[in-house]
Design a protein around this ligand. Sequence first.
Ligand code: FNR
Length: 201
Amino acid sequence: MRVLITTVTCTAGIVMLRWLDTSPRMNVLAISGSLRATSSNAALVRAAARLAPSTIAIEIYAELAALPHFSPDLDVAPLPGPVAELRAAVGRCDAVMITTPEYAHGMPGSLKNALDWLVSATGPIDKPVLLISASPGGAAHAHAQFSEVLRTMSMRLVDGGAHVFSRAKLDGDGNVVDKALLASIRAGLAQLAALERSPPA
Ligand code: FNR
């Protein structure tokens, strides 16, 4: 919600009016499932950060490659540093956004590894998560697999769709310019915000 407040400047005797946004901010942790330097899925996350309204703050998680391979033997105190940091980031955010490519009709191992580290944490439980998948072949298989995993982890899924991706959807600087894709990111963020405001069933 925006309310009008006044600011008085004494010297010139002018009353300045300005808008103050009083809506609660939703903090979203955004994770790209690709480690590639020029990743299109990382571009989707950057696009979300650019498109997000002032009521949504996007924190980009960039430490996927630093996580050790999941082992229950390592899932004890003290946790490996990158794992503790991932769990803290998921614990403090209000919602999560995941973008992912598809490899061999499956999910990227690095992203599944991160989710495996989160299975025994409380942070993801009932947390809204927006899943957007993008690959040249449409990523339907990876999308279906992650949907199942995220629901199994008791996260509240917003289905952002599985998209056919080509370099034509990026500009020369690697930014997403495809109107349909940008619209679906915008719609996904709006659904995420609506779900975050509603209590879990
Ligand atoms: C792929 N790619 C791919 N794409 C797809 O749609 N279905 C698939 O099964 C596969 N399999 C696959 C296997 C391997 C080993 C590689 C390296 C690539 C293509 C891949 O999804 C594509 O390069 C994406 O653009 C990668 O996402 P980022 O890195 O651009 O975010």
